[in-house]
Design a protein around this ligand. Structure first.
Ligand code: CP
Length: 327
């Protein structure tokens, strides 16, 4: 990405957030509360624009490289839709086996290639730290769309935007947030727990013993003096929960398939279980789900997971506009 001195004059007057121009988005650790307020303000505007006009030309002439080494439905398609709704276009590499990666090309060389043709790169890759390696190789901004079991920062931003929009922006402080399921391999909960340390929240982690939240994430949360407690059953914490964040057990990350079979289906959220929860709370899930939320619950007003993925479009529109100097 360009240094401060290399940044060209920006065409939007006295915008005070021009510092986002050319920046990489690699980890939630790079955000402050003020940054979140700004990003969510832009995302809120994007929502209004999509509802009013659908598509507009803010990023006309800009091209996104969408490089996915792992499967994705939501992240890949929402980044593509975000760029297209902003009037830009997309080079999509969703099946790296059909690219020169299958001939042995390294990640840095693939990134250097794509930035010859495009203005911003979105990367999903199975290895922790891959987005940072890509950013090191690139002059153009790199957005981390998930690096193995590491982070998924744009997901955490859309998760928090969902909480802001559904429960009220001023109401995050004081919330009890319960994360349920595969907390070991779920990069979305790693990023969200870290991001929530910017607020005065209480975190509960409910998981099978072998899928507990990693120690490094818990140490970071603890260093910010955020209370966090581990449980093995949901019933203990459901009545006090304001946000129930459900995750899929990530079969593809298990070394031993027998271990997966032991914990698959450990938790299922359904209308019966949810009788014990508050009426004023929300249930979230990064999706895809594979049975951990019963479809019978989808029509409950507390089910926020489909709205959550819609909000991903607005947050990703905001991020693309920001790093390309147009927000
Ligand atoms: N939430 C999420 O990352 O979904 P996809 O894997 O479909 O992108």
């Amino acid at each position: 990405m360009p240094t401060e001195s290399q940044s060209p004059h920006l065409p939007f007057g006295d915008n005070t957030h021009a510092e986002w121009y050319g920046k990489d988005i690699l980890s939630v650790k790079q955000f402050s509360r003020a940054d979140l307020e700004y990003i969510f303000g832009v995302a809120h505007e994007m929502r209004g624009m999509v509802e009013r006009v659908g598509t507009f030309d803010l990023l006309k002439g800009k091209i996104l490289a969408n490089l996915f080494y792992e499967p994705s439905t939501r992240t890949a398609s929402s980044f593509m839709a975000a760029m297209q709704r902003l009037g830009g276009s997309v080079v999509a590499i969703n099946e790296v086996k059909y690219s020169s990666v299958s001939k042995g090309e390294s990640l840095p060389d693939t990134i250097r290639t794509l930035e010859c043709y495009t203005d911003v790169i979105v990367l999903r890759h199975p290895e922790v730290g891959s987005a940072a390696i890509a950013a090191e190789a690139a002059e153009k901004p790199v957005l981390n769309a998930g690096d193995g079991v590491g982070e998924h920062p744009t997901q955490a931003l859309l998760d928090l935007f969902t909480i802001f929009e559904e429960l009220g922006a001023g109401k995050v402080d004081g919330l009890t947030i319960t994360m349920l399921g595969d907390l070991k391999y779920g990069r979305t909960v790693h990023s969200l727990a870290r991001l929530l340390t910017l607020f005065d929240v209480k975190l509960n982690y409910v998981s099978p013993e072998i899928l507990r939240m990693p120690k490094d994430v818990m140490d970071e949360v603890s260093a910010k003096n955020i209370p966090q407690t581990e449980y093995t059953t949901l019933e203990e914490v459901l009545p006090e929960t304001d946000v129930l964040y459900v995750t899929r057990v990530q079969k593809e990350r298990f070394e031993n398939p027998a271990d997966y079979e032991k914990v698959a289906g450990s938790f299922v959220v359904n209308p019966e279980i949810m009788k014990a929860a508050k009426q004023e709370m929300i249930v979230m899930h990064p999706l895809p789900r594979v049975g951990e939320i019963s479809p019978d619950f989808d029509t409950d007003p507390r089910a926020a997971y489909f709205l959550q993925m819609e909000y991903g479009l607005y947050v990703r529109m905001a991020l693309l506009a920001m790093v390309l100097g147009k927000a």
